[in-house]
Design a protein around this ligand. Structure first.
Ligand SMILES: [Fe+2]
Length: 314
């Protein structure tokens, strides 16, 4: 596979697992196209044209050293200049794949957060409320990533002639779909059963060995789960804390998340929503692994690094 083929596969897998469905994604892209068509020349110049075809602007190809058949990849959750150097030290690495975005993928992180409105709506939160509350949070995230040194890792890749890409939301979509299917199949009644179910997943089992396994942040083992929502797995980063009250009103009893801030935890407590935190890097690993399995099937050699718990389901 070439880098472009690997990248396109990630995007296609992300679309297939997306809460919005293929139809929803089509509408999302059409909406972007309509906006683009209304722009004047100056606005069009500034517009990121990738947005017309790629629904996940937090996932990009940053550098292609040589457009060749990829045989061996170095894959990590966070890739910085150190990992690019490592790729140079390890024999025959053709491409580095990051999970978390860098460069312009990171600068566009807020763009994928629209997805959360649809996820919340899927679980019963009226779309107007989800959109209203997410709007301010999306703006906040956009301002937050504005100050970082976006190109640091991309510069390292260019200087050392190492190809670099990332897949963020497509992989998080795969993790969310995996967990949603599991919960719908096993229907855990109490929080204890839900935690036990998560602990059977190899990535979480591995994380438990270093004390980073699934944990109850709000609620107790014997609490009943009620409606379980996967609202905190995909869609960029944490949503608005004000959403917990609305989620409770929509009948959500338990949220499974990757991570949660103190402010969000307090709001969940106030709304009597149980929160089970599956784990950040382990959940990221789960999604990345489901994508990497497809590369492994194509004969690509995978070297995990930077926290990635590589579990093959091939
Ligand atoms: Fe993450």
């Amino acid at each position: 596979m070439t880098i472009k083929e690997i990248y396109n596969l990630a995007i296609q897998m992300g679309i297939k697992a997306d809460f919005r469905g293929e139809e929803g994604i089509k509408k999302f892209l059409e909406n972007k196209k309509k906006k683009y068509e209304k722009m004047d020349e100056k606005e069009r110049e500034e517009f990121d044209k990738d947005a017309l075809e790629n629904p996940y602007l937090d996932s990009r190809i940053y550098h292609i050293t040589e457009d060749k058949e990829i045989k061996k990849v170095l894959v990590g959750i966070d890739i910085g200049p150190a990992e690019i150097l490592m790729a140079k030290e390890i024999d025959d690495i053709d491409l580095v794949i990051a999970h978390h975005p860098v460069g312009k993928g990171l600068a566009h992180l807020a763009d994928v957060m629209d997805l959360q409105c649809d996820v919340l709506n899927f679980y019963g939160v009226p779309i107007n409320i989800a959109e209203g509350l997410m709007k301010e949070r999306i703006d906040e995230v956009a301002r937050g990533v504005n100050s970082v040194n976006h190109q640091r890792t991309v510069d390292a890749a260019q200087l050392l002639k190492m190809s670099l890409m990332n897949s963020h939301t497509p992989c998080d979509n795969l993790a969310a779909k995996f967990l949603k299917d599991l919960v719908e199949e096993k229907k855990p009644e109490r929080i204890g059963e839900l935690v036990d179910l998560l602990k059977e997943i190899p990535e979480y089992k591995e994380a438990m060995k270093i004390g980073a396994g699934p944990k109850i942040f709000v609620g107790a083992l014997e609490n009943r789960c009620g409606k379980i929502a996967l609202t905190e797995i995909t869609g960029g980063t944490e949503g608005s804390p004000k959403l917990f009250e609305k989620m409770a009103q929509a009948g959500i009893g338990t949220v499974i998340g990757m991570h949660i801030s103190e402010e969000h935890k307090k709001e969940a407590e106030n709304s009597h929503i149980n929160v089970v935190i599956a784990g950040h890097i382990s959940s990221d690993s789960l999604g990345v692994n489901l994508f990497l399995d497809e590369l492994e099937k194509k004969g690509i050699d995978i070297v995990p690094c930077s926290g990635l718990i590589r579990i093959s389901r091939v």
